[in-house]
Design a protein around this ligand. Structure first.
Ligand code: S3P
Length: 166
């Protein structure tokens, strides 16, 4: 298997926090696909959605995922919707160990509330989280490993990933 760890999961499951800690522990490169999309578009994610629509965002996301999977020794944190396209799932599975982070709705709502950077949650974040979680039920099940992060701290999550990755 290629030497990459790809973190997938719904918004607010801790992909970025866990990814940064894991990358620094392994001395691997940390890649946040949302940040790469922003670099490619030259603007923040809410602006991409507002100016060019979600479909354009998803096209940029697919480009970034495929390009990133060429590299090695990377911890890759992906956007919550990146699993929706089969081509992205295939690229991730071919790219390394895919680890899904999950959390219950209450945990996610608490983690994302007050964050204005997620256009899909603008307005009533709690009801949007519940609706999107339902729509995406099963979408993260293709991962090699799945970890429920609710009530766990970063060290506990890293320990579980380490047990699968080494
Ligand atoms: C999205 C999740 C976001 C970001 C965009 C869309 C989604 O990333 O890619 O706002 O569709 O779930 P995070 O999961 O890092 O918040």
């Amino acid at each position: 298997m290629k030497h990459n760890i790809i973190l997938i999961g719904f918004m607010g499951t801790g992909k970025t926090t866990v990814g940064q800690a894991l990358a620094s522990e392994l001395a691997w490169t940390f890649i946040d696909t949302d940040k790469e999309i922003e670099k490619l578009a030259g603007k923040p994610i809410p602006q991409i959605f507002a100016d060019e629509g979600e479909a354009r965002f998803r096209d940029l996301e697919s480009q970034v995922i495929k390009r990133t999977m060429i590299g090695e020794h990377q911890v890759v944190s992906t956007g919550g919707g990146s699993v929706l396209r089969p081509e992205n799932r295939e690229a991730m599975l071919a790219g390394g160990l895919v680890v899904a982070l999950t959390a219950d709705a209450e945990t996610i709502i608490a983690r994302v509330s007050g964050d204005a950077n997620r256009p899909l949650l603008a307005g009533d974040a709690a009801s949007k989280v519940r609706k999107l979680m339902q729509e995406r039920e099963g979408a993260y099940d293709f991962a090699h490993v799945s970890i429920d992060t609710s009530g766990k701290d970063v060290d506990e999550i890293l320990q579980i990933i380490r047990a699968h990755a080494i």
